[in-house]
Write a protein that binds this ligand. Structure first.
Ligand code: GLY
Length: 405
């Protein structure tokens, strides 16, 4: 795709000598070029190291790699990263591998017990279909969307996120991310009810998940019979009342995609208010990579000591770039996302070639209070970092293709 774009740019440059495009050797884009080279190397090595259906998820404290099997909520991210890597660099080898790693996930279409079907199938199969237009990817996308839509309860007005543990009818802020799959499937498979469910879920979540300052609770538990809110709580944050960093990112990304798909101005306003909460947060560190929860701030846990969450930063950057395209003057969002991407592309976060078990980013947090995946690479940090780089390249009109050796 980017190759085609490069060709277009080359022809345009010959045809219209005044065609405005950034100077690819411009100092200000050097970080981007360097990151693309590292990404291409690491992703290619990863495809030689890992097997389809057993995707790299994170690094365990003993240095071994935690793999994501077919029922793991993160399993779609590695194939999705390969697709985004192909888009970013134009390396056809990545597209070939992406196809193998995607098709290995076919059985996910039968899962009915989680809202994560969007993460699992839309990030893998969804990108595959968007990029290739190959109908081989459609059956899994069709079944998965139906199973996701079946989790919507019109009485309560939300999709049920989880089937496990002590909750009655739990809805997590992360669930906003999976609405994108429903909006897309509504059009692709002519199922307007899917889009209606997505809109209603977003409206109910807006009412019950958010505080006055536009920060969000992680989990809202509903009474399945009456739809009454039973409890507002956390699962991965510091406390029920704290602002779990990735959750704030999920909300920002979610309302941006809802506005893009529905054009309901309430969703745009919500996205801008969440962006403002994040961007003006007094405890956002200078490099704009948040600590895993914005409320970690006691004397023992200053921003310098507490683990950062690169995955939250990547989600926020990608969402802000998307939001910038939906408003009249999106410059403040692009500038902020650019700062994040420069931080993530620096040696502090981006792996050096051959390091980090071929993951791209270091320093994310999965679930701190469960002592799970603390200060580790995470497959979804890499995925949203790549998505953000692609969005940034589009906005800045950077030709991100690299010389394939
Ligand atoms: N969706 C689970 C998480 O963000 O960790």
């Amino acid at each position: 795709m980017k190759k085609t774009f490069s060709l277009f740019l080359a022809i345009s440059a010959i045809t219209f000598s005044s065609f405005a495009q950034p100077n690819q050797n411009d100092e200000s884009f050097k970080w981007f070029k360097k990151a693309s080279e590292v990404i291409n190397y690491q992703l290619n090595q990863a495809t030689k190291t890992y097997l389809p259906g057993k995707n790299p998820r994170s690094i365990n404290p003993d240095g071994t790699v935690r793999l994501a099997g077919l029922t793991d909520w993160t399993t779609g991210f590695f194939p999705g990263s390969l697709w985004y890597g192909y888009e970013l660099t134009g390396d056809k080898k990545l597209a070939q591998e992406a196809k193998k790693f995607t098709l290995a996930l076919d059985s996910i279409r039968n899962i009915k017990t989680t809202h994560d079907l969007g993460f699992m199938l839309f990030c893998s199969y969804g990108n595959a279909y968007r990029i290739t237009n190959d109908s081989i990817y459609l059956p899994a996308l069709r079944d998965g969307a139906q199973n996701l839509a079946n989790r919507f309860n019109s009485k309560i007005g939300v999709i049920k996120s989880w089937d496990f543990s002590w909750w009655h009818y739990p809805v997590i802020i992360d669930n906003m991310m999976n609405l994108e799959y429903l909006y897309w499937a509504a059009k692709e498979f002519n199922q307007p009810d899917y889009a209606n469910a997505a809109n209603t879920h977003a409206l109910t979540t807006m009412k019950n998940h958010f505080r006055k300052d536009y920060s969000s609770y992680h989990v809202v538990d509903y009474d399945p019979l009456t739809g009454k809110v039973l409890r507002k709580a956390t699962h991965q944050g510091l406390t029920d009342e704290s602002s779990w960093a990735r959750g704030q990112g999920w909300g920002l990304y979610g309302y941006t995609l809802c506005y893009k798909n529905s054009k309901n101005p309430k969703f745009l306003k919500q996205a801008e208010n969440i962006a403002s909460f994040i961007m003006n947060h007094p405890r956002m560190p200078k490099d704009k990579v948040p600590v895993w929860d914005f409320d970690v701030h006691n004397a023992m846990d200053t921003a310098e000591r507490a683990p950062r969450d690169a995955s939250a930063a990547a989600v926020i950057a990608s969402a802000l770039l998307d939001l910038s395209t939906q408003v009249k003057d999106g410059k403040k969002y692009v500038d902020y996302a650019e700062d994040i991407l420069q931080s993530l592309s620096s040696d502090a976060y981006l792996a050096k070639p051959d390091e980090n078990s071929y993951f791209l980013l270091k320093h994310s947090v999965g679930a701190f209070l469960y002592n799970s995946e603390i200060d580790t690479p995470l497959d979804y940090a890499d995925y949203y970092y790549l998505e953000a780089l692609n969005r940034y390249a589009d906005i800045k009109k950077i030709d991100s293709s690299i010389t394939i050796r």
